[in-house]
Design a protein around this ligand. Structure first.
Ligand code: HEC
Length: 125
């Protein structure tokens, strides 16, 4: 009985470890290299879906997600700055570790937007 519980705990710890290291490995190239079509959340690649869930949870706390989608930001540098700025808002609930996870989704989203925009409205004021 006791060993079963110990094993369960161990499994839980290993899972946690995997999640943490997966976040640490987030790189821009892996996202931009993956250009699957469609910005529909259910059509997101598995790794982006996990980031998307953190994004929804963290970034819908103070304002609607529409605020993010309607900002017209498709520049990765801007997202880095915005997420850092939002993290610094009092009581944001966003940790330093969340930043790279959320950016993983936002970079993916931006890449999709840029792809879609280049064929229709390319000019930003
Ligand atoms: C603690 C509350 C809070 C959280 C959490 C938060 N925001 Fe905000 N956000 C604000 C406030 C307040 C403003 C308006 C003031 C400003 O622009 O700094 C804002 C504005 C914005 C804007 C600007 C919209 C525009 O029209 O220029 C964007 C984009 C944005 N947030 C994205 C995000 C993202 C992405 C996240 C998640 C990482 C997030 N926010 C989480 C409070 C928050």
């Amino acid at each position: 009985m006791r060993t079963r519980i110990a094993l369960l705990l161990l499994a839980a710890l290993v899972c946690l470890d995997l999640v943490v290291s997966a976040c640490g490995a987030t790189t821009t190239t892996s996202i931009l290299g993956d250009r699957s079509e469609g910005a529909d959340p259910s059509a997101l690649p598995a790794d982006v879906q996990a980031s998307y869930r953190v994004f929804v949870q963290r970034c819908s706390k103070c304002h609607a997600l529409a605020r993010v989608y309607e900002s017209g930001i498709t520049d990765d540098d801007y997202w880095v700055r915005y997420v850092a700025r939002m993290r610094r808002q009092p009581g944001s609930g966003i940790s330093k570790g969340d930043e790279s996870v959320i950016l993983h989704y936002l970079f993916y989203y931006s890449a999709q937007k840029r792809d879609a925009g280049s064929s229709t409205t390319a000019s930003n004021p």
